[in-house]
Design a protein around this ligand. Structure first.
Ligand code: D5M
Ligand code: FE
Ligand code: ZN
Length: 553
């Protein structure tokens, strides 16, 4: 049998109903007689195995090397489809959004989707057992229908990954450096729009004239007469700007967060001690932004907040998701992005230990890895950490350390920092876990950002061109020489999680998606009325940026 390389190997294995670990394919491709070893693998791998591992390949290599004819007798493997073909357990549900307020991909508002319980277009199949730490292979036969991926068509590039690049020590000078970098880089996007002057030189300009400034928001407060005073800071000092309550820009004041970068333009008071705002500019995404798309029909599954190790982790929903991935309906899903909170972690919130199924953090990652093994082996997987993961809490969060990478090795995922940008066949996806969304939702009025419409909070981050503008609040920031949290290039897709709510929509042609979670409501969430969207997988067509939501709960 002629073997042209890994793509052929993957195709051959999949036609027999097996997925394969990437390393297993590499090992096979590099064997002296790859054809014979492949046939040996097909012959010797246990019928109930889900994934061909390097172990299986080594066993087959040993057999082939020993000249065992029995193992190579299957040399004339036919192209017949595997007997493993079986019914998919999940019906595909196009455009079924998980909860109220979810928008269609055209960016127009839709009426609230039916709640999961009422949605007749979605059904779940019978699901089986949770994999155990050493297992994960006692699942019903749902694979076989999916054809193998041609890896030569896939393309993944990573940018802004700061893993191993951390230089900050948390000293004062690091904070100065990171804010200076923020002001310079975001300020440069604004400087063409206003005739700007440094804060300290504005005071010495003649009163009554026009003036502009670019700076960080240092303070926002209301005056006794209901106007707004906004203090902007640049490298030279601060200057106060007054937004009159009846001016159109007053509507934007409630969107402001401390430390975001803005440009103001207005008229100086007679004594030049303050300026009256005429215009306010955000770094923003240009309305003319044209997203890139893939050259072929290929899809990415965008998920987050798996929370393995929590008693509320929804194993059945996860199993249904990974079963579905093995079916023909998921044929085009070639990428899986996971935006943080792989595991529940330990000591993240008070009394969290009372809801832990797995108490040891490393054991949690071992179990997570077992669940990851259920995903078809030829998907490209990219993951970033979240606030429940075992990396530093302060953002940017580096990708997992060597020990955790050693544990989470199923299908050789790409593990990068939070935030990072991953480009899939030309489509750039900004991955950010989303802790700052809590802050945006808390600070802004409900119509601009709420838990029911998390994508609107994401629009604010795009507008500010920064994933976590506010320093010193809920979101912890680690000062680095560079501000890795700036949204330097406009992404085609912005993917976050954290708030455990599903929502998506378009902002100036950027697709913003907050994926839900795989964890049922926790006691804390019950106490504050958070009703999570659990067990959904938004699937994005990379050729059109259309979204369909698959429901597995
Ligand atoms: O958080 C999921 C969501 O729930 C996110 O919006 C924060 C909120 N949350 C969950 N638990 C707590 C506690 N104990 N205090 C404050 N906010 C909380 P995640 O961190 O992804 O589990
Ligand atoms: Fe979470
Ligand atoms: Zn989180």
């Amino acid at each position: 049998m002629p073997l042209e390389g890994p793509a052929r190997i993957v195709r051959e294995l999949t036609s027999h109903g097996y997925n394969a670990e990437r390393e297993a394919v590499t090992l096979l491709a590099g064997a002296d007689r790859p054809g014979a070893v492949l046939e040996g693998v097909i012959e010797t791998v246990p019928d109930d195995a889900l994934v061909v591992t390097t172990e299986h390949v080594r066993t087959a290599m040993g057999t082939v090397e020993a000249g065992n004819e029995a193992a190579v007798r299957a040399a004339n493997v036919t192209e017949t489809q595997s007997q493993r073909n079986s019914e998919p357990t999940i019906e595909s549900s196009s455009e079924s959004a998980g909860n109220a307020g979810i928008e269609t991909t055209s960016g127009t508002e839709t009426t609230p989707a039916p709640s999961p319980d009422e949605d007749p277009s979605v059904s779940t199949g019978d699901r089986t057992p949770v994999p155990t730490q050493g297992g994960g292979e006692d699942r019903p036969e749902t694979r076989g229908a999916r054809k193998p991926i041609d890896p030569s068509k896939q393309a993944v590039a990573i940018a802004n990954d700061m893993t191993g690049e951390s230089t900050g020590t948390g000293e004062y000078k690091d904070f100065v450096a990171v804010f200076r970098d923020r002001l310079e880089r975001l300020g440069s996007k604004l400087k063409g729009r206003v005739n700007h002057r440094p804060a300290t030189s504005i005071q010495s300009m003649p009163g009554g004239g026009e003036v502009g400034m670019v700076g960080l928001v240092n303070d926002v407060r209301s005056t006794a007469s209901g106007h707004w005073l906004i203090e902007l800071e640049d490298a030279t000092g601060t200057f106060p700007w007054l937004v009159m309550k009846d001016r159109e820009y007053a509507d934007l004041v409630d969107e402001l967060l401390c430390d975001e970068v803005l440009a103001m333009e207005g008229t100086l008071a007679d004594d030049s001690g303050i300026a009256f705002v005429d215009s306010m500019y955000f770094p923003d995404v240009p309305r003319t932004h044209e997203p890139s798309t893939a050259d072929r029909h290929v899809q990415a599954a965008l998920i987050s907040d798996v929370h393995v190790g929590s008693q509320e982790f929804m194993a059945d929903a996860w199993n249904a998701f990974t079963d579905w991935l093995h079916t023909e309906a998921a044929q085009h899903v070639e990428y899986l992005l996971i935006a943080g909170d792989m595991v529940e972690g330990v000591g993240v919130y008070p009394n969290q230990d009372e809801e832990l199924e797995v108490v040891d953090i490393y054991d949690q990652y071992e179990v997570f890895n077992e669940y990851l093994k259920q995903v078809p082996g030829d998907l490209e997987i990219v993951m970033i950490p979240g606030n429940h993961d075992a990396v530093r809490l302060a953002e940017p969060q580096p990708g997992f350390d060597e020990r955790l990478r050693g544990i989470m090795d199923a299908h050789d995922p790409r593990i990068v920092s939070n935030p990072s940008t991953v480009t899939l066949e030309g489509v750039s996806v900004l991955l950010y876990h989303g802790v700052s969304l809590d802050e945006v939702i808390a600070e802004l009025p409900a119509e601009k950002a709420s838990y029911d419409e998390p994508h609107r909070a994401m629009y604010q981050l795009l507008k500010k061109r920064h994933v976590a503008p506010q320093f010193g609040g809920h979101t912890r920031l680690a000062p680095e020489e560079r501000d890795y949290l700036i949204i330097d290039e406009v992404p085609d897709i912005f993917h976050t999680g954290h708030v455990h709510k599903l929502g998506f929509g378009k902002y100036h042609n950027v697709l913003a998606i907050n994926s839900g979670c795989w964890q049922a409501q926790t006691d804390f969430q019950k106490s504050v009325n958070i009703d999570p969207d659990a067990g959904y997988a938004p699937i994005v067509d990379l050729d059109t940026l259309d979204v369909t939501v698959q429901k597995f709960s």
